[in-house]
Design a binder for this molecule. Structure first.
Ligand SMILES: [Zn+2]
Length: 179
């Protein structure tokens, strides 16, 4: 069953699923994502209101407990870690009505698809990625173009990725950034 859960879809499949299907099933959530997008200010407000993050041993990728504690699997790295953080932050931002995605039914699956779809889009914004990861006190990880742009002002030294040397095209395709 988990293979058929949208968090595991590649970007092309997830994008198709949401644009052709899930947005019609939950138009409220779909419109919330554009009317109330995640921003640096909304991250600050969520944290001011008590949202915090704890890493621990977990089977699944992450959960949001009681609307205010993000539980993150401690072994997650790079893209998997960051997209999970964004996914759980969106549950906190959009509230319990859209958070019931753990029960395996059809509505749960569609809610999960929408949240995952939006999470990947927000994560791909370098400023928002940097602000979110730093706000939760997580280590910086560079693994793609968005995360490279998020932190390249820090001049960490190494960072010799092929996309830095003018071979941008394969990395700029949206699927590569958001799978
Ligand atoms: Zn979820």
């Amino acid at each position: 069953m988990m293979e058929d859960w949208p968090c595991g879809y590649n970007w092309e499949k997830l994008d198709n699923y949401v644009l052709n299907h899930a947005n019609k099933v939950n138009p409220l959530l779909f419109s919330l994502i554009s009317k109330k997008p995640l921003t640096n200010q909304s991250i600050d407000e969520l944290i001011r209101n008590g949202l915090r993050l704890e890493s621990m041993k977990l089977e699944s990728y992450g959960h949001l407990l009681g609307g205010r504690v993000i539980i993150l699997r401690e072994s997650l790295k790079g893209y998997e870690r960051d997209k999970t953080v964004f996914h759980e932050v969106l549950h906190a931002l959009y509230g319990v009505k859209v958070s019931k995605d753990c029960f395996g039914d059809r509505i749960a699956k569609e809610n999960n698809a929408l949240v995952e779809w939006a999470a990947r889009r927000f994560r791909a914004q370098p400023n928002l990625l940097r602000h979110t990861i730093k706000s939760f006190g997580l280590e910086i990880e560079v693994y793609d173009l968005a995360s490279y742009y998020a932190y390249n002002h820090l001049q960490q030294g190494q960072l010799q990725f092929p996309f830095v040397n003018g071979k941008l095209a394969p990395y700029l395709s949206i699927g590569n950034l958001m799978d």
